[in-house]
Design a protein around this ligand. Structure first.
Ligand code: ZN
Length: 255
């Protein structure tokens, strides 16, 4: 089937739905024009709970630099398209696996971040939060290069708000994602390979309620055979085309 008629089919499904929930994977919107200097295998070996516990100075030396790189990324056409579709009430909540905050930077307001955000750190003792630039300043002030809480009498070492390797997902986004999936009549998965538990189970929730499932992305998944529509292509151009078809061309300039 040619891509144009697939987008027409997708538009038809979206128009027919009353509650469309979108689930975006880690790779969503990472087109070649976005800098990708943070290597994924470096990230998974360094940004772990184990490293934070065993050697917090080394952990933060890596994490602060990598998170700063991520914080400089710009949203792509796909991020902007989803934000436009959300503002126009075509789609409802976006459940995101990425912790880069790019959907919000593009203007999306209702996003469930399954892995938290790499752009913020927190004190687990008093719950005070710190943005990345503050964390950098605290590292410089600290004799052992570990950023610590500045609340009076606290001084507890900080940790990222984002989920680390070796940690389970936070309960709050999990609960919300499962509720949203159960309430959707159209569930659209975009560029998630759905290989890791528990998020690999999420599309089974709307399916159980007889909701319509759409799968968009290059990677085959175990849900493809249950989906009404499978688009074996990159997600960003698809949602950009959908937004243009339903809402007209994107306002410029985009950057
Ligand atoms: Zn504190």
């Amino acid at each position: 089937m040619d891509p144009l008629s697939e987008i027409a089919q997708l538009e038809e499904l979206v128009r027919a739905a009353t509650r469309t929930v979108v689930f975006t994977g880690l790779g969503f919107g990472r087109s070649e024009d976005i800098e990708q200097r943070v290597d994924q295998s470096d990230w998974s070996s360094h940004a772990s709970l184990e490293n934070l516990v065993v050697d917090p100075a080394a952990f933060w030396a890596y994490y602060f630099t990598a998170a700063t790189e991520i914080s400089r990324r710009l949203p792509s056409a796909g991020h902007y398209a989803l934000a436009r579709l959300q503002h126009a009430h075509v789609i409802s909540t976006i459940i995101a696996q990425s912790a880069d905050h790019l959907l919000q930077k593009a203007g999306a307001t209702d996003v469930v971040e399954m892995h938290g955000s790499v752009l913020v750190a927190k004190c687990e003792r008093c719950n005070e939060r710190y943005g990345l630039p503050e964390v950098g300043a605290l590292m410089e002030q600290s004799a052992d290069r570990v950023p610590r809480c500045t609340s009076p009498e606290c001084n507890f070492p900080l940790r990222p708000v984002g989920t680390l390797w070796g940690e389970s997902l936070a309960e709050e986004p999990m609960t919300r994602a499962w509720e949203l999936a159960a309430a959707a009549d159209l569930f659209v998965v975009i560029e998630s390979s759905l290989r890791t538990m528990p998020l690999s189970l999420l599309p089974s929730v709307p399916l159980k309620q007889n909701a319509t499932l759409v799968m968009i992305g290059m990677m085959p998944t175990q849900y493809d055979r249950y989906a009404r529509l499978v688009m074996r292509t990159e997600g960003s151009p698809v949602v950009d085309a959908l937004a243009t078809a339903m809402l007209g061309p994107a306002p410029s300039p985009r950057t």
